[in-house]
Design a protein around this ligand. Sequence first.
Ligand code: PEP
Ligand code: MN
Length: 272
Amino acid sequence: MRLLVSRDYKKDDTVVKIGNVSIGDGSLSIIAGPCTIESFDQLNDVASGLAKMNVDILRAGAFKPRTSSYSFQGMGAEGLEMLSEVKSRLGLPTVSEIVDIADLSLFNDVDILQVGAKNMQNYSLLKALGMQEKPVLLKRGWSNTIDEFLESAEYIYREGNHNIILCERGIRTFEPSARNSFDINAIPLLKKKTHLPVIGDPSHGTGISELVMPVSLAIVAAGADGLMIEVHENPECALCDGRQSITLKEYEILENRVKLYEKIRNFDNSSI
Ligand code: PEP
Ligand code: MN
C-alpha cells in the first residue's frame, strides 16, 4: 500500500517550520542540549552557552523512560516549567519527550513533541499526536526496520498532523563496543523513501562522546536535515547519558566543523 508519508505520494520535501527554523528545506538544523533536566542552573547554564553559538533548537528531557525503574526518571512537570523559563529568557525553540498523551497540557510551551525510540510503536500515542497540531520528532526504535519506522510516521500523518521529523538514532546489532550502531544507510534511504525531514542523533547512535563528532560529519555528508546532540557542562556528573554527552567547548568545535561540511555538501548539490 502506498503510504501518505512516501515520496510516491508527495514528491516535494515537507518543510517543518518552528519559528524562524525550517527543517527539511535543504539547510542543516542543529538541536542540542542535555539528555535530561537536572536543575534550573544545570539547564540554564548549558542552554545559555548553546544560545551564544548557532544552535537552532534546545533539547531537554523531563519525562525519561529509563530501562531500569531504579534510574532517574526525570523532573516531570517541574522540569517543563524550568524549560519554559529558560526558553523565555533565551528565545530558543524547544523539544522535549512526551510519554503519555495525558501529559499533553504540560507541554503547552514546548515547540516540538519528541517520541522516543521506546515508544516508536506506541500506536495510541502516535494517533493522539496526529490529532494535535505541534510538530512531532519521531525516533526510530533500535530494533525496527526503516519500513516499520515509516508505518509509525503514517499513524501520525493520517490523523492530520503533517509536521513530522524523523530521527535515526542507532540500532542494536551484534557489535557490543558501542551502545548502538548508527545506521548511516538510513539517512539517504529515508530521504529517498519519504518526503518528511530526516535528522540524525549521533549521541544515542554511538553512546560514546568521542564518536559524536565523526559520526555527526558522516550524518551531514549523508544528506540529513539536522542533528540532535546531547551536551552537558559536566558529563561525568550527568544523571542520564553522561558517557555520550559532549561539553560546550566540544560542541563549539563540532558546530564549526559541521557548518563547514554543510557548505561543502550544499556546494556539491548545487553543482550537480
Ligand atoms: C533521548 O533523546 O534522550 C532519548 C531517550 O533517546 P532515544 O529515545 O532515542 O533512546
Ligand atoms: Mn539521552
